[in-house]
Design a protein around this ligand. Sequence first.
Ligand code: VAH
Length: 319
Amino acid sequence: TIVITGVQGQIGTELVQALRKQFPSSFLIGIGRSALRPQSMCMDRYFRLDIGDRRGLKALAERYSIQTLYHLAGILSAKGEGHPHQCWSINLEGLRNILELARELAIKVFWPSSIAVFGPHTPKELTPQWTITDPTTFYGVTKLTGELLCQYYNHRWSLDVRSLRFPGILSYQTLPGGGTTDFAVEMHLAAQAQRRYTCFVEPDTCLPLMYMPDAIRAIQEIMDAPATALRVNTSYNLAGFSATAAEIAQAIQQHRPNFTCNYAPDFRQIIANNWPHSIDDTAAQVDWGWQPRFDLQRTTADMLSHLTWRTDHVGTGSF
Ligand code: VAH
C-alpha cells in the first residue's frame, strides 16, 4: 500500500497519477483535507484526514499495511507568513507525526523540502549542497527544521526517509497556492486568458524553477535509488532552470505576442530576494543520476499548450 498526503495539492494531484502508472497493482490511498473525493480515479481510496490527527493516522496505517508514504501536505512560504501557527502545525508537527508512524511501522517516506531553507548569507549563484542555511521566512524555518528531523530519524532509527529541495514548480493541473514562486504559473494563466498580468516581484527577480514532469520524475528516481547510494540525509539540492520574471514574460510573448506584464512588488519581493538564483545539484547527479529535461522554453511551450485545453474545456482558470 502507498499513501499520499496532500493529494489534492499541486504536486499530489500529479504524483498520484504517476504512481498509478508506475505501480499498477499497488493499493493507492490519498489523504487530504477536503470533504470531497478528488476527481482523479487513480487512487483506490480517499480519506479526509487532518495530518495532526495522530490516532486517525495510526488507525489507517494499521488497517492497511503501508509500505511507502509520500508526505506532501504543507503550507507554502507567502501563506506561512500570514499563518505561522498553521504553518508550524502542518509543516512540522504533521511531519513529526508521519516520521513517528513510519518509525513504528517501518514505512519508507518521501518529504519535499525547498530552496526556502536558504537565506541572505547563502551564496546565490550555484548554491552548494552544504552551505549556510539561514531562512528568513517561517516556511523556511519549518523546512530546515524538517530536514534536520528527517536526518535525525534516519541516523537514530534507520528510517528510510528521502527528501528533495524543490525550486518553484510550474504546473497546469492544480495551481500552487500561497507560494512566492506562484507568479511564474499565474503569468502563463493570464496570458492564456488574454489578460494583462501584474507581477508581484520585480522583472529582474531571478529564481530557480522546475516544470512538474521533472519534479515528479525526481521524486520517482530518488525513491527508486538504492538506499546505500544516498549520502545526503537532510535533503538533496535539485535544479531545473533559472529565470527572471521578465525572461518568463518574454518566453510567453514568443507564443502570445499580445501578452503584457507590469510589475507591482509586494512583501513577496523580500522573500524572493533572500533565495538563491541558481542551484548546484551535483550531489543529486552523482548519487542517483539526476538530470532535468525541461528548460524555460520547453516549459512555457508545454504549459501554454495544456492551458489551451484547460481554457477550452474547463473555463478560464481559477486565479
Ligand atoms: C514557495 N514554491 O514559493 C514554494 C517553494 C521555491 C519555494 O517552496 O513557497
